[in-house]
Design a protein around this ligand. Structure first.
Ligand code: 2HA
Ligand code: ZN
Length: 266
């Protein structure tokens, strides 16, 4: 019988997803079932594993994702909590296979766990990035308290303003999030309107704020996506702590930020 459990590389990658799910919970970014993760695992599966039988009838997608034909994703389950994804990723998420025409998906392992309500949005983002030739494997959405807090302040609902403020708190932020952050004005969670507005921001950024809701990062590696959000959260904390202490933080100068570009090959 074909089982994904014997594939050590695949299981190690699923363990890295679980590791990050644990960080989201311990950081306080994943209240209840907050947040969701999808990771393209196609490169980790054997041909035999890719052809595993579907556990349920195919589920149609609202919009086709033709650049993802035949691709396999790990996706957190709808209503599932990150603190449990951390312990048992395959009981709180599943592997899905996109149909050859990109119009539907099937759950192929390990249990018939329905994917997150944000799946159609995640897939549209994966599809967009892959069609653009970006080797994107990860879409990570979470609810960092400090970063969401900043989106409640009107002047920060401006990509340049929030990027400049957070970059200037510590050098690492400029280095680790070199494309800056996009902003998506409030939309109802789980809607394709939110997905399309996010995709417009992904043209220029790898990290996007969702006003009064959360943050979304895309990238090649789940740990790196987490690190980008974690670094932004650190910057937000420095900014907010300074404001709470009653002073406006000075921030690095433009010159200091610009000097990082050649120094780190940005
Ligand atoms: O999965 O965070 O945006 C729960 C959410 C929806
Ligand atoms: Zn959310």
């Amino acid at each position: 019988m074909v089982t994904i459990r014997n594939n050590d590389r695949l299981m190690a990658e699923i363990e890295r997803i679980a590791e990050v799910a644990g960080y989201l919970w311990t950081k306080g970014w994943a209240e209840r079932n907050g947040g969701n993760i999808s990771v393209n695992l196609t490169a980790f599966l054997t041909e035999e594993e890719k052809a595993l039988p579907a556990l349920l009838p195919a589920i149609p997608l609202r919009e086709p994702v033709s650049a993802l034909s035949g691709h396999i994703f790990y996706v957190t389950g709808t209503g599932k909590r990150m603190r449990y994804v951390a312990k048992e990723p395959l009981s709180n998420g599943s592997l899905i296979r996109i149909s050859p025409d990109g119009k539907a998906y099937e759950i192929i392992a390990e249990r018939p766990i329905q994917p997150t309500s944000e799946l159609p949005s995640h897939l549209l983002m994966h599809d967009f990035l892959r069609a653009k030739g970006r080797d994107n494997r990860v879409v990570l959405h979470t609810h960092p308290t400090d970063l969401i807090g900043m989106t409640h302040c009107e002047p920060f609902l401006d990509s340049e303003k929030i990027t400049r403020t957070l970059w200037s708190m510590i050098p690492e932020c400029r280095i680790i999030v070199p494309k800056g952050m996009g902003i998506v004005p409030y939309e109802i969670p789980g809607t394709l309107a939110l997905a399309h507005a996010t995709i417009r921001q992904l043209e220029r950024h790898d990290v996007v704020f969702w006003e009064k809701h959360g943050i979304l990062a895309v990238g090649e590696d789940i740990i790196e996506c987490f690190d980008a959000i974690d670094t932004l959260s650190k910057s937000a904390q420095i900014y907010l702590y300074a404001r709470m202490a009653g002073y406006e933080p000075e921030g690095m100068t433009d010159r200091q930020l610009d000097d990082l570009v050649p120094a780190f090959g940005l």
